[in-house]
Design a binder for this molecule. Structure first.
Ligand SMILES: Cc1cc2nc3c(=O)[nH]c(=O)nc-3n(C[C@H](O)[C@H](O)[C@H](O)COP(=O)(O)OP(=O)(O)OC[C@H]3O[C@@H](n4cnc5c(N)ncnc54)[C@H](O)[C@@H]3O)c2cc1C
Length: 574
Protein backbone atom coordinates (compact mmCIF):
# COMPACT_ATOMS: atom_id res chain seq x y z
CA UNK A 1 0.00 0.00 0.00
CA UNK A 2 1.30 3.44 -0.89
CA UNK A 3 2.36 5.22 2.25
CA UNK A 4 1.02 8.71 1.77
CA UNK A 5 -0.72 10.87 -0.70
CA UNK A 6 -0.28 13.79 1.60
CA UNK A 7 1.45 14.15 4.91
CA UNK A 8 2.14 16.51 7.73
CA UNK A 9 4.71 16.19 10.44
CA UNK A 10 5.54 17.90 13.64
CA UNK A 11 8.37 17.33 16.04
CA UNK A 12 8.60 18.66 19.57
CA UNK A 13 12.19 18.20 20.57
CA UNK A 14 13.17 18.01 24.21
CA UNK A 15 15.69 20.80 23.74
CA UNK A 16 13.10 23.52 23.49
CA UNK A 17 13.80 24.37 19.86
CA UNK A 18 10.85 25.44 17.79
CA UNK A 19 8.97 22.57 16.19
CA UNK A 20 9.35 21.95 12.50
CA UNK A 21 6.26 21.52 10.40
CA UNK A 22 5.87 20.17 6.89
CA UNK A 23 2.70 19.75 4.90
CA UNK A 24 2.14 17.68 1.83
CA UNK A 25 -0.59 18.01 -0.75
CA UNK A 26 -4.12 19.05 -0.08
CA UNK A 27 -7.08 17.41 1.58
CA UNK A 28 -10.59 18.61 0.80
CA UNK A 29 -12.74 19.43 3.79
CA UNK A 30 -16.42 18.82 3.24
CA UNK A 31 -17.65 18.40 6.73
CA UNK A 32 -20.87 16.78 7.78
CA UNK A 33 -21.16 15.95 11.43
CA UNK A 34 -22.44 12.47 12.13
CA UNK A 35 -25.13 11.76 14.64
CA UNK A 36 -23.56 8.70 16.16
CA UNK A 37 -23.99 9.13 19.85
CA UNK A 38 -26.86 9.34 22.23
CA UNK A 39 -25.03 10.21 25.44
CA UNK A 40 -22.70 13.10 25.94
CA UNK A 41 -23.87 14.81 29.10
CA UNK A 42 -21.64 14.66 32.14
CA UNK A 43 -24.55 15.12 34.50
CA UNK A 44 -25.69 11.56 34.06
CA UNK A 45 -23.78 8.33 34.45
CA UNK A 46 -20.73 9.67 36.22
CA UNK A 47 -19.78 7.98 39.47
CA UNK A 48 -20.09 10.13 42.53
CA UNK A 49 -16.46 10.19 43.52
CA UNK A 50 -17.09 12.28 46.58
CA UNK A 51 -18.72 9.26 48.22
CA UNK A 52 -16.33 6.71 49.65
CA UNK A 53 -13.46 7.91 47.46
CA UNK A 54 -9.84 8.83 48.19
CA UNK A 55 -9.98 12.44 49.37
CA UNK A 56 -6.78 13.49 47.62
CA UNK A 57 -8.28 12.70 44.26
CA UNK A 58 -11.37 14.73 44.80
CA UNK A 59 -10.69 17.77 46.94
CA UNK A 60 -13.70 19.67 48.24
CA UNK A 61 -14.70 22.96 46.64
CA UNK A 62 -12.33 25.72 47.80
CA UNK A 63 -13.57 28.19 50.36
CA UNK A 64 -14.33 31.67 49.10
CA UNK A 65 -11.07 33.66 49.18
CA UNK A 66 -11.27 36.81 51.31
CA UNK A 67 -7.63 37.93 51.16
CA UNK A 68 -6.01 40.60 49.02
CA UNK A 69 -6.22 40.39 45.23
CA UNK A 70 -3.01 38.99 43.73
CA UNK A 71 -1.38 39.39 40.36
CA UNK A 72 -0.31 35.94 39.19
CA UNK A 73 1.92 34.99 36.24
CA UNK A 74 1.58 31.43 34.97
CA UNK A 75 4.19 29.85 32.70
CA UNK A 76 2.56 27.18 30.53
CA UNK A 77 -0.87 27.13 28.90
CA UNK A 78 -1.34 23.36 29.14
CA UNK A 79 -4.21 21.89 31.12
CA UNK A 80 -2.36 22.42 34.42
CA UNK A 81 -1.70 26.11 33.71
CA UNK A 82 -5.24 26.69 32.53
CA UNK A 83 -6.74 24.81 35.48
CA UNK A 84 -4.67 27.00 37.83
CA UNK A 85 -5.84 30.11 35.96
CA UNK A 86 -9.53 29.16 36.16
CA UNK A 87 -9.31 28.52 39.91
CA UNK A 88 -7.42 31.76 40.58
CA UNK A 89 -9.78 33.87 38.46
CA UNK A 90 -12.74 32.34 40.29
CA UNK A 91 -11.14 33.59 43.51
CA UNK A 92 -10.87 37.11 42.13
CA UNK A 93 -7.17 37.25 41.23
CA UNK A 94 -5.53 38.75 38.15
CA UNK A 95 -3.96 36.19 35.83
CA UNK A 96 -1.56 36.24 32.87
CA UNK A 97 -0.60 32.99 31.13
CA UNK A 98 2.50 32.68 28.99
CA UNK A 99 3.37 29.86 26.62
CA UNK A 100 6.28 29.54 24.23
CA UNK A 101 4.07 27.73 21.71
CA UNK A 102 1.66 29.36 19.29
CA UNK A 103 -1.27 27.27 20.59
CA UNK A 104 -2.71 26.46 23.98
CA UNK A 105 -3.41 23.06 25.52
CA UNK A 106 0.17 21.72 25.75
CA UNK A 107 0.16 17.95 25.28
CA UNK A 108 -3.61 17.92 24.84
CA UNK A 109 -3.40 20.81 22.41
CA UNK A 110 -4.20 20.78 18.73
CA UNK A 111 -4.18 23.23 15.89
CA UNK A 112 -5.43 23.46 12.33
CA UNK A 113 -2.83 23.32 9.59
CA UNK A 114 -2.96 25.40 6.41
CA UNK A 115 -5.01 22.71 4.67
CA UNK A 116 -7.63 22.59 7.42
CA UNK A 117 -6.44 19.37 9.10
CA UNK A 118 -6.61 19.22 12.88
CA UNK A 119 -3.24 18.11 14.16
CA UNK A 120 -3.32 16.71 17.70
CA UNK A 121 -0.41 16.18 20.05
CA UNK A 122 -1.81 12.74 20.80
CA UNK A 123 -4.86 10.53 21.24
CA UNK A 124 -6.80 11.55 24.35
CA UNK A 125 -9.35 9.44 26.17
CA UNK A 126 -11.30 10.47 29.26
CA UNK A 127 -11.89 7.88 32.00
CA UNK A 128 -15.13 8.14 33.94
CA UNK A 129 -13.14 8.90 37.10
CA UNK A 130 -11.85 12.24 35.77
CA UNK A 131 -13.81 14.21 38.30
CA UNK A 132 -11.52 17.21 38.44
CA UNK A 133 -11.44 17.52 34.67
CA UNK A 134 -15.20 16.98 34.37
CA UNK A 135 -15.72 19.63 37.03
CA UNK A 136 -13.56 22.02 34.98
CA UNK A 137 -15.42 21.16 31.79
CA UNK A 138 -18.76 21.81 33.46
CA UNK A 139 -17.48 25.12 34.82
CA UNK A 140 -16.47 26.32 31.35
CA UNK A 141 -19.62 25.00 29.66
CA UNK A 142 -17.91 22.14 27.82
CA UNK A 143 -19.80 19.31 29.54
CA UNK A 144 -21.65 18.39 26.35
CA UNK A 145 -18.41 18.06 24.39
CA UNK A 146 -17.69 14.45 25.33
CA UNK A 147 -19.10 11.39 23.63
CA UNK A 148 -19.64 8.34 25.80
CA UNK A 149 -18.39 5.08 24.35
CA UNK A 150 -19.70 1.57 25.00
CA UNK A 151 -18.61 0.46 28.47
CA UNK A 152 -16.11 -2.09 27.24
CA UNK A 153 -12.36 -2.09 26.69
CA UNK A 154 -11.65 -3.52 23.24
CA UNK A 155 -8.44 -5.32 22.23
CA UNK A 156 -7.64 -5.86 18.56
CA UNK A 157 -5.40 -8.86 17.99
CA UNK A 158 -3.57 -9.89 14.81
CA UNK A 159 -5.95 -11.01 12.09
CA UNK A 160 -8.84 -8.92 13.41
CA UNK A 161 -9.57 -11.11 16.46
CA UNK A 162 -11.41 -8.93 18.96
CA UNK A 163 -11.01 -9.36 22.72
CA UNK A 164 -13.20 -7.55 25.20
CA UNK A 165 -12.98 -6.54 28.82
CA UNK A 166 -16.68 -5.91 28.98
CA UNK A 167 -18.06 -3.88 31.88
CA UNK A 168 -21.62 -3.79 30.53
CA UNK A 169 -23.60 -5.41 33.31
CA UNK A 170 -26.84 -4.43 35.03
CA UNK A 171 -25.14 -4.48 38.44
CA UNK A 172 -22.44 -1.89 39.17
CA UNK A 173 -19.09 -1.93 40.98
CA UNK A 174 -17.49 -4.14 42.05
CA UNK A 175 -19.58 -6.86 40.39
CA UNK A 176 -19.37 -5.44 36.89
CA UNK A 177 -15.55 -5.48 37.12
CA UNK A 178 -15.39 -8.99 38.57
CA UNK A 179 -17.60 -10.20 35.75
CA UNK A 180 -15.52 -8.31 33.15
CA UNK A 181 -12.32 -10.02 34.27
CA UNK A 182 -13.91 -13.45 34.66
CA UNK A 183 -15.49 -13.41 31.23
CA UNK A 184 -12.87 -11.62 29.14
CA UNK A 185 -11.96 -13.45 25.95
CA UNK A 186 -8.66 -11.59 25.74
CA UNK A 187 -7.11 -14.16 28.11
CA UNK A 188 -7.00 -17.96 28.09
CA UNK A 189 -8.93 -19.62 30.98
CA UNK A 190 -5.75 -20.44 32.93
CA UNK A 191 -4.37 -16.89 32.68
CA UNK A 192 -7.80 -15.51 33.49
CA UNK A 193 -8.01 -17.54 36.70
CA UNK A 194 -4.53 -16.46 37.81
CA UNK A 195 -5.37 -12.90 36.88
CA UNK A 196 -8.45 -13.04 39.11
CA UNK A 197 -6.36 -14.34 42.01
CA UNK A 198 -3.82 -11.53 41.63
CA UNK A 199 -6.52 -8.87 41.56
CA UNK A 200 -8.28 -10.44 44.54
CA UNK A 201 -5.02 -10.14 46.51
CA UNK A 202 -4.51 -6.52 45.56
CA UNK A 203 -5.20 -3.34 47.56
CA UNK A 204 -8.04 -2.81 45.09
CA UNK A 205 -10.21 -4.97 47.36
CA UNK A 206 -9.44 -2.78 50.38
CA UNK A 207 -10.43 0.25 48.28
CA UNK A 208 -14.03 -0.98 48.46
CA UNK A 209 -14.25 -0.27 52.17
CA UNK A 210 -11.29 2.00 52.93
CA UNK A 211 -10.34 4.05 49.86
CA UNK A 212 -7.80 6.25 51.66
CA UNK A 213 -6.13 3.26 53.31
CA UNK A 214 -5.99 1.48 49.95
CA UNK A 215 -4.44 4.56 48.35
CA UNK A 216 -1.71 4.58 51.03
CA UNK A 217 -0.96 0.90 50.37
CA UNK A 218 -0.88 1.59 46.64
CA UNK A 219 1.55 4.47 47.18
CA UNK A 220 3.79 2.09 49.14
CA UNK A 221 3.96 -0.12 46.04
CA UNK A 222 5.71 2.60 44.10
CA UNK A 223 9.09 0.86 44.35
CA UNK A 224 7.87 -2.27 42.58
CA UNK A 225 7.17 -2.72 38.89
CA UNK A 226 3.66 -3.81 37.96
CA UNK A 227 5.08 -7.06 36.51
CA UNK A 228 6.92 -7.91 39.73
CA UNK A 229 3.88 -7.16 41.85
CA UNK A 230 1.45 -9.00 39.54
CA UNK A 231 3.61 -12.12 39.17
CA UNK A 232 4.25 -12.21 42.92
CA UNK A 233 0.48 -12.45 43.38
CA UNK A 234 0.16 -15.32 40.91
CA UNK A 235 -0.47 -13.46 37.66
CA UNK A 236 1.04 -14.88 34.49
CA UNK A 237 3.44 -13.46 31.90
CA UNK A 238 0.89 -14.24 29.18
CA UNK A 239 -1.71 -11.98 30.90
CA UNK A 240 0.87 -9.23 30.96
CA UNK A 241 1.63 -9.64 27.27
CA UNK A 242 -1.93 -9.97 26.03
CA UNK A 243 -3.75 -7.55 28.31
CA UNK A 244 -1.68 -5.53 30.76
CA UNK A 245 1.16 -4.34 28.52
CA UNK A 246 -1.19 -2.56 26.09
CA UNK A 247 -2.96 -0.96 29.06
CA UNK A 248 0.34 0.09 30.68
CA UNK A 249 1.56 1.52 27.38
CA UNK A 250 -1.69 3.43 27.00
CA UNK A 251 -1.46 4.81 30.53
CA UNK A 252 2.23 5.65 30.80
CA UNK A 253 3.84 4.82 27.42
CA UNK A 254 5.97 2.12 29.10
CA UNK A 255 5.35 -1.60 29.65
CA UNK A 256 4.52 -3.53 32.81
CA UNK A 257 8.17 -4.36 33.50
CA UNK A 258 8.93 -0.65 33.60
CA UNK A 259 5.83 0.95 35.06
CA UNK A 260 5.37 1.17 38.81
CA UNK A 261 2.66 -0.93 40.43
CA UNK A 262 1.40 2.31 42.02
CA UNK A 263 0.58 3.81 38.66
CA UNK A 264 -1.48 0.83 37.45
CA UNK A 265 -3.17 0.05 40.77
CA UNK A 266 -4.26 3.67 41.24
CA UNK A 267 -6.42 3.30 38.17
CA UNK A 268 -7.61 -0.23 38.94
CA UNK A 269 -8.74 0.70 42.43
CA UNK A 270 -11.00 3.33 40.88
CA UNK A 271 -12.22 0.90 38.22
CA UNK A 272 -13.09 -1.59 40.95
CA UNK A 273 -14.91 0.77 43.25
CA UNK A 274 -16.68 3.12 40.86
CA UNK A 275 -19.03 1.75 38.25
CA UNK A 276 -18.35 4.46 35.72
CA UNK A 277 -14.59 4.89 36.31
CA UNK A 278 -13.75 2.49 33.48
CA UNK A 279 -16.24 4.08 31.10
CA UNK A 280 -14.43 5.88 28.29
CA UNK A 281 -15.33 9.17 26.71
CA UNK A 282 -13.76 11.02 23.83
CA UNK A 283 -14.12 14.59 22.65
CA UNK A 284 -16.69 15.27 19.94
CA UNK A 285 -13.91 16.67 17.81
CA UNK A 286 -10.51 18.28 18.20
CA UNK A 287 -9.21 19.50 21.59
CA UNK A 288 -8.72 23.08 20.37
CA UNK A 289 -12.44 23.36 19.61
CA UNK A 290 -13.99 21.18 22.30
CA UNK A 291 -11.61 21.37 25.28
CA UNK A 292 -9.02 24.17 25.32
CA UNK A 293 -11.28 26.53 23.36
CA UNK A 294 -14.03 26.72 26.01
CA UNK A 295 -11.43 26.93 28.81
CA UNK A 296 -9.68 29.81 27.03
CA UNK A 297 -13.01 31.62 26.61
CA UNK A 298 -13.84 31.21 30.30
CA UNK A 299 -10.43 32.58 31.27
CA UNK A 300 -10.62 35.55 28.90
CA UNK A 301 -14.22 36.37 29.85
CA UNK A 302 -12.98 36.80 33.41
CA UNK A 303 -10.13 39.09 32.44
CA UNK A 304 -7.35 36.48 32.18
CA UNK A 305 -4.80 37.12 29.43
CA UNK A 306 -2.93 34.66 27.20
CA UNK A 307 0.50 35.59 25.84
CA UNK A 308 1.40 32.99 23.23
CA UNK A 309 4.86 32.54 21.73
CA UNK A 310 6.20 34.22 24.88
CA UNK A 311 8.70 31.80 26.39
CA UNK A 312 10.13 32.24 29.86
CA UNK A 313 13.90 32.22 29.48
CA UNK A 314 14.98 32.90 33.04
CA UNK A 315 13.60 33.14 36.54
CA UNK A 316 15.04 36.23 38.21
CA UNK A 317 15.49 35.95 41.96
CA UNK A 318 17.11 37.53 44.98
CA UNK A 319 17.78 36.84 48.64
CA UNK A 320 16.18 38.72 51.50
CA UNK A 321 18.08 39.81 54.63
CA UNK A 322 16.79 36.72 56.46
CA UNK A 323 18.36 34.50 53.79
CA UNK A 324 15.06 33.56 52.12
CA UNK A 325 14.98 33.41 48.33
CA UNK A 326 12.18 35.07 46.36
CA UNK A 327 11.46 35.57 42.68
CA UNK A 328 11.78 39.16 41.47
CA UNK A 329 10.51 38.65 37.91
CA UNK A 330 10.54 36.50 34.79
CA UNK A 331 12.67 37.23 31.75
CA UNK A 332 10.42 36.55 28.77
CA UNK A 333 11.07 36.59 25.06
CA UNK A 334 9.07 36.31 21.86
CA UNK A 335 11.30 36.10 18.78
CA UNK A 336 13.48 39.22 19.11
CA UNK A 337 11.25 40.95 21.67
CA UNK A 338 12.19 40.76 25.34
CA UNK A 339 10.49 41.86 28.55
CA UNK A 340 10.66 41.33 32.27
CA UNK A 341 7.35 40.64 33.91
CA UNK A 342 6.56 41.03 37.58
CA UNK A 343 3.80 39.54 39.68
CA UNK A 344 2.93 38.68 43.28
CA UNK A 345 3.03 34.96 42.60
CA UNK A 346 4.65 32.93 39.83
CA UNK A 347 3.35 29.50 38.84
CA UNK A 348 5.51 27.31 36.58
CA UNK A 349 3.01 24.94 34.91
CA UNK A 350 5.57 23.40 32.58
CA UNK A 351 6.26 19.89 31.36
CA UNK A 352 9.26 17.95 32.72
CA UNK A 353 11.85 19.12 30.15
CA UNK A 354 10.47 22.66 30.43
CA UNK A 355 10.81 22.95 34.20
CA UNK A 356 14.31 21.42 34.15
CA UNK A 357 15.46 24.07 31.67
CA UNK A 358 13.82 26.86 33.60
CA UNK A 359 14.95 26.36 37.18
CA UNK A 360 18.02 28.42 38.13
CA UNK A 361 21.09 26.23 38.58
CA UNK A 362 21.65 27.38 42.17
CA UNK A 363 18.24 26.17 43.21
CA UNK A 364 19.39 22.60 42.70
CA UNK A 365 21.19 22.92 46.02
CA UNK A 366 17.75 22.38 47.46
CA UNK A 367 16.74 18.71 47.45
CA UNK A 368 13.22 19.79 46.55
CA UNK A 369 14.30 21.17 43.18
CA UNK A 370 17.10 18.69 42.58
CA UNK A 371 14.61 15.82 42.79
CA UNK A 372 12.87 17.10 39.67
CA UNK A 373 15.99 16.23 37.67
CA UNK A 374 15.45 12.56 38.59
CA UNK A 375 12.26 12.61 36.50
CA UNK A 376 12.63 11.85 32.81
CA UNK A 377 10.15 12.33 29.98
CA UNK A 378 9.12 9.38 27.76
CA UNK A 379 9.26 9.81 23.97
CA UNK A 380 6.03 9.17 22.10
CA UNK A 381 5.03 9.30 18.45
CA UNK A 382 1.48 9.79 17.24
CA UNK A 383 0.51 8.94 13.69
CA UNK A 384 -2.70 9.90 11.91
CA UNK A 385 -3.74 7.96 8.83
CA UNK A 386 -6.70 8.91 6.64
CA UNK A 387 -8.04 6.06 4.50
CA UNK A 388 -10.37 5.84 1.55
CA UNK A 389 -12.55 3.31 3.37
CA UNK A 390 -13.43 2.01 6.85
CA UNK A 391 -10.49 0.12 8.28
CA UNK A 392 -12.09 -1.18 11.49
CA UNK A 393 -15.27 -2.44 9.78
CA UNK A 394 -14.47 -6.13 10.11
CA UNK A 395 -17.82 -7.75 9.42
CA UNK A 396 -19.06 -6.25 6.20
CA UNK A 397 -16.52 -5.80 3.43
CA UNK A 398 -18.93 -3.83 1.29
CA UNK A 399 -19.64 -1.35 4.08
CA UNK A 400 -15.90 -0.98 4.61
CA UNK A 401 -15.51 0.10 1.01
CA UNK A 402 -18.34 2.61 0.65
CA UNK A 403 -17.95 6.26 1.61
CA UNK A 404 -21.57 7.27 2.17
CA UNK A 405 -21.75 6.25 5.82
CA UNK A 406 -19.22 5.81 8.63
CA UNK A 407 -18.65 2.21 9.76
CA UNK A 408 -16.43 0.35 12.20
CA UNK A 409 -15.36 0.30 15.84
CA UNK A 410 -16.25 3.44 17.76
CA UNK A 411 -14.11 3.19 20.90
CA UNK A 412 -10.54 3.32 22.13
CA UNK A 413 -8.77 0.22 20.81
CA UNK A 414 -5.83 -1.51 22.51
CA UNK A 415 -3.54 -3.97 20.79
CA UNK A 416 -0.78 -6.29 21.99
CA UNK A 417 0.24 -7.04 18.38
CA UNK A 418 1.54 -3.76 16.98
CA UNK A 419 4.07 -1.09 17.83
CA UNK A 420 1.16 1.19 18.66
CA UNK A 421 -0.50 0.10 21.90
CA UNK A 422 -3.70 2.04 21.52
CA UNK A 423 -5.53 3.74 18.71
CA UNK A 424 -8.93 4.92 17.56
CA UNK A 425 -10.75 5.79 14.39
CA UNK A 426 -11.40 9.47 15.05
CA UNK A 427 -13.79 9.70 12.10
CA UNK A 428 -16.08 7.52 14.23
CA UNK A 429 -15.12 8.43 17.78
CA UNK A 430 -14.73 12.23 17.39
CA UNK A 431 -16.71 12.88 14.23
CA UNK A 432 -17.32 16.64 14.46
CA UNK A 433 -13.88 17.52 13.14
CA UNK A 434 -12.72 14.18 11.80
CA UNK A 435 -15.56 12.71 9.78
CA UNK A 436 -15.22 14.09 6.27
CA UNK A 437 -17.81 13.39 3.64
CA UNK A 438 -16.46 11.20 0.88
CA UNK A 439 -13.54 10.00 3.02
CA UNK A 440 -13.02 7.08 5.37
CA UNK A 441 -11.28 6.23 8.64
CA UNK A 442 -8.92 8.59 10.38
CA UNK A 443 -6.81 6.29 12.51
CA UNK A 444 -4.82 7.91 15.29
CA UNK A 445 -2.16 5.50 16.54
CA UNK A 446 0.08 6.03 19.58
CA UNK A 447 3.50 4.42 19.10
CA UNK A 448 4.87 3.13 22.37
CA UNK A 449 7.66 2.80 23.19
CA UNK A 450 8.33 5.78 20.96
CA UNK A 451 12.14 5.53 21.26
CA UNK A 452 12.84 3.39 18.17
CA UNK A 453 10.59 5.59 16.05
CA UNK A 454 12.04 8.95 17.06
CA UNK A 455 14.99 8.92 14.62
CA UNK A 456 13.01 7.47 11.69
CA UNK A 457 11.87 9.67 8.80
CA UNK A 458 8.11 10.16 8.61
CA UNK A 459 7.68 8.16 5.42
CA UNK A 460 9.29 5.15 7.07
CA UNK A 461 7.10 5.55 10.18
CA UNK A 462 3.95 5.75 8.05
CA UNK A 463 5.04 2.71 6.06
CA UNK A 464 5.60 0.61 9.18
CA UNK A 465 2.38 1.69 10.87
CA UNK A 466 0.32 1.13 7.72
CA UNK A 467 1.72 -2.40 7.44
CA UNK A 468 0.83 -3.17 11.04
CA UNK A 469 -2.68 -1.77 10.61
CA UNK A 470 -3.16 -4.23 7.75
CA UNK A 471 -1.94 -7.11 9.94
CA UNK A 472 -4.54 -6.18 12.57
CA UNK A 473 -7.28 -5.68 9.98
CA UNK A 474 -6.63 -7.98 6.99
CA UNK A 475 -10.11 -7.02 5.82
CA UNK A 476 -8.76 -3.54 5.03
CA UNK A 477 -6.59 -4.99 2.22
CA UNK A 478 -6.80 -2.66 -0.76
CA UNK A 479 -7.76 0.46 1.20
CA UNK A 480 -5.31 3.28 0.71
CA UNK A 481 -3.90 5.98 2.93
CA UNK A 482 -4.83 9.35 1.44
CA UNK A 483 -3.27 11.63 4.08
CA UNK A 484 -1.09 11.21 7.12
CA UNK A 485 0.64 13.14 9.86
CA UNK A 486 3.34 12.36 12.40
CA UNK A 487 3.82 14.14 15.72
CA UNK A 488 6.90 13.31 17.76
CA UNK A 489 7.25 14.42 21.36
CA UNK A 490 10.76 13.76 22.60
CA UNK A 491 9.80 13.99 26.28
CA UNK A 492 6.13 13.66 27.04
CA UNK A 493 4.83 12.08 30.27
CA UNK A 494 7.37 11.55 33.03
CA UNK A 495 8.49 7.94 33.13
CA UNK A 496 6.35 6.49 35.94
CA UNK A 497 8.93 3.83 36.70
CA UNK A 498 9.37 2.16 40.10
CA UNK A 499 10.65 4.49 42.80
CA UNK A 500 9.98 7.75 40.98
CA UNK A 501 6.97 9.00 42.92
CA UNK A 502 8.99 10.53 45.81
CA UNK A 503 10.78 12.80 43.32
CA UNK A 504 7.57 14.49 42.19
CA UNK A 505 7.52 17.98 43.70
CA UNK A 506 4.67 19.51 45.65
CA UNK A 507 3.02 22.57 44.11
CA UNK A 508 4.24 24.62 47.08
CA UNK A 509 7.98 25.16 46.82
CA UNK A 510 10.60 26.40 49.30
CA UNK A 511 10.40 29.74 47.49
CA UNK A 512 7.63 31.85 48.94
CA UNK A 513 6.27 33.39 45.74
CA UNK A 514 7.06 30.52 43.34
CA UNK A 515 4.68 27.60 42.80
CA UNK A 516 4.55 24.59 40.51
CA UNK A 517 1.74 22.92 38.59
CA UNK A 518 1.82 20.18 35.99
CA UNK A 519 0.75 16.59 35.69
CA UNK A 520 4.20 15.45 36.86
CA UNK A 521 3.89 17.31 40.18
CA UNK A 522 2.66 15.60 43.34
CA UNK A 523 -0.99 14.65 43.15
CA UNK A 524 -2.76 11.38 43.79
CA UNK A 525 -3.51 10.59 40.16
CA UNK A 526 -1.12 9.52 37.39
CA UNK A 527 0.45 11.81 34.76
CA UNK A 528 -2.70 12.54 32.75
CA UNK A 529 -5.22 15.23 31.92
CA UNK A 530 -6.91 14.52 35.24
CA UNK A 531 -3.59 14.79 37.08
CA UNK A 532 -2.79 18.08 35.33
CA UNK A 533 -6.19 19.54 36.28
CA UNK A 534 -5.85 18.38 39.87
CA UNK A 535 -2.35 19.87 40.12
CA UNK A 536 -3.79 23.21 39.01
CA UNK A 537 -6.42 23.09 41.75
CA UNK A 538 -3.71 22.32 44.30
CA UNK A 539 -1.43 25.11 43.02
CA UNK A 540 -4.26 27.63 43.20
CA UNK A 541 -5.12 26.58 46.76
CA UNK A 542 -1.49 27.16 47.83
CA UNK A 543 -1.37 30.58 46.15
CA UNK A 544 -4.58 31.63 47.88
CA UNK A 545 -3.47 30.44 51.28
CA UNK A 546 -0.26 32.49 50.91
CA UNK A 547 -2.25 35.62 49.91
CA UNK A 548 -1.40 37.86 52.90
CA UNK A 549 2.23 36.79 52.93
CA UNK A 550 2.59 37.47 49.21
CA UNK A 551 1.25 40.99 49.62
CA UNK A 552 3.72 41.61 52.47
CA UNK A 553 6.48 40.46 50.14
CA UNK A 554 5.20 42.77 47.41
CA UNK A 555 5.39 45.72 49.84
CA UNK A 556 8.84 44.77 51.07
CA UNK A 557 10.10 44.47 47.49
CA UNK A 558 8.62 47.84 46.54
CA UNK A 559 10.29 49.42 49.56
CA UNK A 560 13.65 47.90 48.79
CA UNK A 561 13.38 48.97 45.13
CA UNK A 562 12.62 52.49 46.33
CA UNK A 563 15.64 52.41 48.63
CA UNK A 564 17.83 51.12 45.79
CA UNK A 565 16.61 53.95 43.59
CA UNK A 566 17.36 56.53 46.33
CA UNK A 567 20.83 55.10 46.91
CA UNK A 568 21.62 55.23 43.21
CA UNK A 569 20.35 58.86 43.08
CA UNK A 570 22.61 59.74 45.98
CA UNK A 571 25.51 58.06 44.26
CA UNK A 572 24.76 60.00 41.10
CA UNK A 573 24.79 63.27 43.08
CA UNK A 574 28.13 62.45 44.62
C1 LIG B 1 0.39 11.17 22.91
C2 LIG B 1 -0.27 11.47 24.23
C3 LIG B 1 -1.46 10.85 24.57
C4 LIG B 1 -2.05 11.10 25.80
N1 LIG B 1 -3.23 10.49 26.09
C5 LIG B 1 -3.86 10.78 27.26
C6 LIG B 1 -5.13 10.23 27.54
O1 LIG B 1 -5.71 9.49 26.75
N2 LIG B 1 -5.71 10.55 28.73
C7 LIG B 1 -5.10 11.38 29.64
O2 LIG B 1 -5.68 11.66 30.68
N3 LIG B 1 -3.89 11.91 29.39
C8 LIG B 1 -3.25 11.64 28.22
N4 LIG B 1 -2.03 12.18 27.95
C9 LIG B 1 -1.37 12.97 29.01
C10 LIG B 1 -1.85 14.40 29.09
O3 LIG B 1 -1.86 14.97 27.79
C11 LIG B 1 -0.89 15.20 29.95
O4 LIG B 1 -0.69 14.54 31.19
C12 LIG B 1 -1.41 16.58 30.29
O5 LIG B 1 -1.96 17.19 29.14
C13 LIG B 1 -0.25 17.41 30.83
O6 LIG B 1 -0.67 18.74 31.05
P1 LIG B 1 0.33 19.80 31.68
O7 LIG B 1 -0.36 21.09 31.64
O8 LIG B 1 0.81 19.29 32.99
O9 LIG B 1 1.62 19.80 30.73
P2 LIG B 1 1.73 20.23 29.21
O10 LIG B 1 0.49 19.89 28.50
O11 LIG B 1 2.99 19.62 28.70
O12 LIG B 1 1.84 21.81 29.24
C14 LIG B 1 3.03 22.48 29.58
C15 LIG B 1 3.08 23.76 28.79
O13 LIG B 1 4.17 24.54 29.28
C16 LIG B 1 4.76 25.20 28.18
N5 LIG B 1 6.12 25.59 28.58
C17 LIG B 1 7.11 24.79 29.04
N6 LIG B 1 8.20 25.53 29.32
C18 LIG B 1 7.89 26.83 29.05
C19 LIG B 1 8.61 28.05 29.14
N7 LIG B 1 9.86 28.11 29.57
N8 LIG B 1 7.97 29.19 28.76
C20 LIG B 1 6.69 29.17 28.32
N9 LIG B 1 5.97 28.02 28.21
C21 LIG B 1 6.57 26.87 28.58
C22 LIG B 1 4.71 24.17 27.06
O14 LIG B 1 4.82 24.80 25.80
C23 LIG B 1 3.34 23.55 27.29
O15 LIG B 1 2.34 24.18 26.54
C24 LIG B 1 -1.42 11.97 26.73
C25 LIG B 1 -0.23 12.59 26.39
C26 LIG B 1 0.34 12.36 25.15
C27 LIG B 1 1.63 13.04 24.82
Amino acid sequence: MAATAASASLCFPANGNRPTFRIGSSVKLFKRPLRLTLRSDLDSNVSDMSTNAPKGLFPPEPEHYRGPKLKVAIIGAGLAGMSTAVELLDQGHEVDIYDSRSFIGGKVGSFVDKKGNHIEMGLHVFFGCYNNLFRLMKKVGAEKNLLVKDHTHTFVNKGGEIGELDFRFPVGAPLHGIRAFLTTNQLEPYDKARNAVALALSPVVRALVDPDGAMRTIRDLDNVSFSDWFMSKGGTRKSIQRMWDPVAYALGFIDCDNISARCMLTIFSLFATKTEASLLRMLKGSPDVYLSGPIRKYIMDRGGRFHLRWGCREILYDKSSDGGVYVTGLAMSKATQKQIIKADAYVAACDVPGIKRLLPKDWRESQFFDNIYKLVGVPVVTVQLRYNGWVTELRDLERARQLRQAAGLDNLLYTPDADFSCFADLALSSPEDYYLEGQGSLLQCVLTPGDPYMPLPNDEIIKRVTKQVLELFPSSQGLEVTWSSVVKIAQSLYREGPGKDPFRPDQKTPIKNFFLAGSYTKQDYIDSMEGATLSGRQASAYVCSAGEELVELRKALALSELKDAETSDELTLV
